[in-house]
Design a protein around this ligand. Structure first.
Ligand SMILES: *Cc1c(COP(=O)(O)O)cnc(C)c1O
Length: 419
């Protein structure tokens, strides 16, 4: 039985997560070691700028970028990174943001890269200038965006080019960086969910990206509220100026030189646009600990374990006559994922009814629902322990018969950490 007194006391049912690292159900489970490190971090005061300087060195080592910074999620990394591209080392602009009246603040971005997350980019005060078309989707044979469209769009008002990484995006990131750099404009990459593979820690920087935003609360399995930026030293410096609470009399202002060069800025920055995006010392230490462990992890073995679980889930669900299963194990997918097709002409329930019923289980069961319109759902083994796999299979089998009462013992032991 899955017990969690903290949630029980609040009357909040727990969730068995068969959908991967989804923020709305808590992302991933933080690594035990990261949690222990957070407990220790909670026992002393420390100057946050010193901690960010140490984090910068660690992130630089891990990514090959010049510098790094721990943020409040990848979304906040995008906001802070954009603010850095707008303000540079100008304290006047820093204090004006998010008001960008009379300040260059345009971010060039292909239409096909737009997502709900680019609200974070706009949160800095930037406006997004869309380029390209959706023609590929309507089958004209053209691509999403042509190299010349980038060059054409970058002008006096442009402060950055944004790129939401997907392996099918053309032109590729290296080409985009080349065009942007020809125009002296930095490239910000949203790579929030692009780990693993581990090589991606440095790949975006190698392609020429100036700032890369990663999530710390997904497969890295750091604190759910964390993320990090890897990138150019001057831009990270601007992030620090706009994020840290630095306000002090100039005579006694001495932030770590490794992080910021006080000679570059005319005065002490006040609380900036990043102030609502505070990162605690505990979260910061937790993220760095998790990142270390993520780097050391045997990713081949982890993937093999996930594949085994996916295989057993696919086999067990495939036995149900109204379900057919296959596995998406393409190189670029973070996890081998089970695709389950529901034959609604024969099943006593629709796919939507099945998924709703699974959410009503105790504990709740969340599967992937992105392809609901195709009478399809997915089971992602990434956040499931072995016992939870059995529970999920059992609940799907019972509910697809419209017979949710056919229960085992009402839930698995959640005794195994699994990211
Ligand atoms: C998850 C995600 C984000 C947000 O990451 P957080 O760490 O939750 O802030 C941004 N962009 C993309 C593409 C994502 O998948």
């Amino acid at each position: 039985m899955s017990n969690n007194d903290v949630y029980d006391e609040l009357g909040v049912p727990t969730v068995v997560n068969a959908s991967g690292t989804k923020t709305r159900i808590g992302g991933s489970l933080i690594r035990k070691e990261a949690l222990q490190a957070m407990n220790q971090a909670a026992e002393s005061f420390v100057r946050l700028s010193d901690l960010q300087a140490a984090a910068s060195d660690r992130i630089a080592d891990a990514t090959g970028a010049e510098a790094g910074y721990v943020t409040n999620g990848a979304a906040s990394a995008l906001l802070l990174g954009t603010a850095a591209c707008i303000a540079g080392s100008d304290p006047g602009v820093m204090s004006q943001l998010p008001d960008t009246k009379d300040i260059p603040s345009e971010v060039v971005m292909p239409r096909t890269h737009r997502t709900g997350y680019d609200h974070a980019i706009r949160g800095s005060g930037a406006t997004i200038s869309d380029i390209g078309s959706n023609d590929r989707r309507i089958g004209t044979g053209s691509s999403d965006v042509e190299p010349w469209e980038y060059a054409n769009a970058i002008g006096e008002e442009t402060v950055a080019v944004a790129h939401i990484y997907k392996d099918y995006a053309t032109p590729n990131l290296a080409k985009v960086c080349e065009i942007a750099h020809d125009h002296d404009v930095p490239v910000i990459v949203d790579a929030a969910a692009e780990l693993p593979p581990i090589e991606n820690l440095s790949w975006f920087t190698e392609q020429g990206a100036d700032l890369v935003a990663f999530s710390g609360g997904k497969a890295v399995r750091g604190p759910q509220s964390t993320g990090f930026l890897a990138g150019r030293r001057d831009l990270i410096e601007s992030v620090a100026f706009q994020h840290l609470d630095m306000h002090a009399a100039p005579e006694i202002w001495d932030p770590p030189e490794r992080l910021v060069d006080t000679n570059k800025i005319d005065g002490v920055p006040e609380q900036g646009i990043g102030r609502p995006l505070k990162v605690g010392k505990e979260e910061l230490v937790g993220l760095l600990t998790a990142l270390d462990l993520f780097i050391e992890e045997d990713h081949e073995a982890t993937r093999t374990k996930w594949r085994r679980r996916a295989d057993s889930i696919a086999a067990a669900l495939g036995e149900v006559d109204v379900l057919s299963t296959s596995i998406d194990d393409s190189k670029k997918s973070v996890t081998p994922t089970v695709i389950v097709d529901v034959d609604e002409s024969l099943a006593p329930v629709t796919t939507a009814e099945l998924l709703l019923a699974l959410k009503q289980e105790k504990p709740r069961v969340f599967v992937g629902a992105d392809d609901l319109a195709d009478q399809r759902f997915t089971v992602n083994p990434m956040c499931l322990s072995a016992k939870e796999v059995d529970y999920v299979v059992d609940r799907i089998r019972a509910n697809v018969r419209g017979d949710s009462a056919a229960v085992t013992d009402g839930g698995p032991d959640v005794d195994e950490q699994n990211g």
